[in-house]
Structures are given as C-alpha cells and as structure tokens.
Design a protein around this ligand. Structure first.
Ligand code: MAN
Length: 351
C-alpha cells in the first residue's frame, strides 16, 4: 500500500554516531522521537538520546539515576532465571521493571530543516528528581504567547507519567512538574487556547478495563488539568488495534484541528494516522483516516533497535506543507513531507 509521505532523500538525517554521549563512560545506543520548534529563525529538534554503557555479550545493563542525580548501572546476565527479557526496551528483573537505556533530550538546530547540528550554549535536558529516575523521553514542544511548553514522558520505578517544564530562551527552565500521573504518555498541548483555556491530548493506559486510548483535557493555568474525555480508541482488526497516541500539537485548519497520531497493532508495528477535531469543541471527532498515512517500509524503518516503527511527536507547518520529523525503528531520526489537504481528505473519506 502506498502511503502519503514524501520521505527526505537524505534519510536518516541523524544517526546515533552523530551525537556525542553525555558522559565519557556512555554510548549513544539510539536516537528517537524529536520534539520540533522554530526559534531564532531556525528549526530546532529536541532529540531523545538513549544511552547506556558499552554492551557486553551475555549481559544486559540497566541504567538508573540515583537519589543524588548520579548514574548507576546494574549488570544482569541474560541467562539469569529471574530476568524476563521479552522486549528489548523494557525488562523485568526480580519482579521490578527496568529500561535498557536511559534517555535525555538534546537540542540541535538547522537553517534548512535538513542538516542539524548541536549549538554551543544549549546543553542537554536531563531527568530531575524521583519521578524522572529512568530518564525523560518523547518531548512535545508548543509555543503559547512567549513561552515554550515542554511535555514529555517522565519514567521512574513508580511508573510512566507526563512531565512539564517551560522555557523562554532554552537556557533557563522551570522546575519539572508531573501534570498527569502514571500510566500516561504522548501528551500534546494545542498551540492556542480555546475560550481562554489550554487543551491537551494525552494517553492514559489501563492494564485491566479500557485500553491505550487518546484523551482530551483542559486547564486554566497549564498545570492543573481536568475535564478528561476519551475521544479516540483503538480499532479491532486494524493497523491501530493495540495502541494509539497523539503526535505533536494538533494543526489548526479551516476544517478543524488536524491531529497526527501513531497507532500500533498486536505485532507492534507502529504507523501514523490522522484525525480531525471540531475547532470550537475539540471533544467532537469529525473524521479519522481509515488507512495509515505512513507505514514503515524503508530499510531504516524496518530494522533498527526496535524495527517496523515510524513514530512522531514533532513537525513544522508551512502553508499546505507539513514536515514531520520522526523516529524510525527506534534508532534513527528521519523526516517526511506531507500535504495537509491530502491528509484532511483522508480523514474525511469513508469507504
Ligand atoms: C516503551 C517504549 C520505550 C520507553 C518506555 C518507557 O517501552 O516506548 O522506548 O522507554 O516505554 O516510556
């Protein structure tokens, strides 16, 4: 099946070896899922950098940050009977869950939106405190008035929740607050207030009743969120049957708020789709793509740290042109161009 993406010819635009590790003892294992924003006339990526120490045959290493903010690494033999290693990304040892890498966020800028480099004076952004001990991931960025809002996945032994920090200059940041407690991730703020209120999409998950569905909520101050409504669910038998989660900020169009989302099926293949929300009342879903708008098909999307994945939480809009930056196979940073009109048509098409 042909998707709607026009991939950059230079994909992948960033590889793990393009980024220097945050400490001498560490290696960059993979790069993924950048937040994207415009600042000082340039396009910026806030790349998730996943690190660990050098890998050793027969062992797995679990990096965590201790109470004083120092990195600690536990080594476990792969044949240890108390290790449950069914997912390369997260494993269970002696009844507790661990990540196989620890992520922080790195700022890169570009004049052309294709070639990105790190800029002096903009250091990486790291997990802070008890609720970010396993790192921070997959950050969405929106600018409302003069403030940038960063919503990201905060991971710790207590679970996976949504953290918020704000900045005006990308050098000074507010202290992190957890705005949505575990289990929750994929939180994207709308770029404009509606009737004076902030709105956000988010993805709580339930291990029992319910599922991995997209919800909407609102807030007066950007910190306390309520009025939660479940608006987009998984669809049995389809490409998004197992989980759905928001991408970057919904895009204002004449027809409604256009939201790009990721959907995965039972085989853990991650594709992108889109849905359309009413401009005045975003709890009303006006349409949703039946087929994915992007499917992992290229070699760099099919195999990597975790293959068959295209995942986005950042884009740039320029008229009808939507440039989506995405993580491919949980290892590489790529980009693709779409026509907003084409995606809108697909959200409203019925078969
Ligand atoms: C999933 C994946 C990982 C991520 C954890 C915690 O397992 O998305 O990449 O580290 O969740 O968020």
């Amino acid at each position: 099946m042909k998707d709607l993406a026009h991939r950059f010819e230079s994909n992948p635009i960033l590889l793990p070896r393009d980024i220097t590790p945050s400490e001498k003892s560490l290696q960059v294992i993979y790069l993924l899922n950048p937040g994207v924003f415009r600042f000082k006339g340039k396009t910026w990526l806030l790349v998730r950098v996943a690190e660990n120490i050098a890998q050793k045959e027969g062992f797995v290493f679990f990096p965590t940050m201790n109470a004083s903010g120092k990195l600690e690494i536990a080594a476990v033999a792969l044949n240890d009977p108390e290790l449950i290693a069914t997912d390369a990304r997260v494993m269970n040892y002696r009844g507790l869950d661990y990540l196989t890498t620890i992520s922080h966020l790195r700022l890169l800028s570009s004049n052309d939106g294709i070639n990105f480099t790190e800029e002096e004076g903009y250091p990486g952004i790291f997990g802070m405190g008890e609720l970010e001990r396993f790192g921070i991931e997959d950050c969405r960025v929106v600018k409302i008035d003069e403030t940038f809002y960063l919503t990201y996945t905060a991971v710790s032994p207590s679970g996976v929740g949504v953290g918020l920090r704000t900045t005006k200059d990308w050098k000074n940041f507010s202290l992190p607050v957890m705005i949505l407690p575990p289990h929750n991730k994929d939180c994207a703020l709308f770029e404009e207030k509606i009737d004076g209120k902030f709105f956000a999409l988010h993805r709580p998950s339930s291990k029992e009743i319910g599922g991995n569905f997209i919800w909407l909520c609102d807030s007066v101050d950007g910190e306390s969120w309520g009025n939660h409504k479940c608006i987009v669910k998984t669809r049995p038998g389809m490409w998004d049957s197992a989980r759905v989660g928001a991408g970057a900020a919904p895009i204002r169009t004449e027809k409604g708020w256009l939201a790009i989302y990721h959907g995965a099926d039972q085989s853990q293949r991650y594709c992108l789709g889109a849905f359309l929300l009413d401009l005045d009342n975003p709890a009303i879903v006006l349409g949703r793509t039946i087929d994915p708008i992007m499917v992992p098909t290229e070699p760099y999307e099919l195999s990597g740290f975790f293959g068959r994945v295209v995942f986005t939480n950042g884009h740039v809009v320029n008229g009808d042109k939507l440039t989506i930056y995405y993580g491919a196979a949980d290892e590489f940073i790529c980009a693709a161009v779409f026509s907003i009109a084409e995606i809108l048509d697909a959200t409203l098409a019925t078969r």
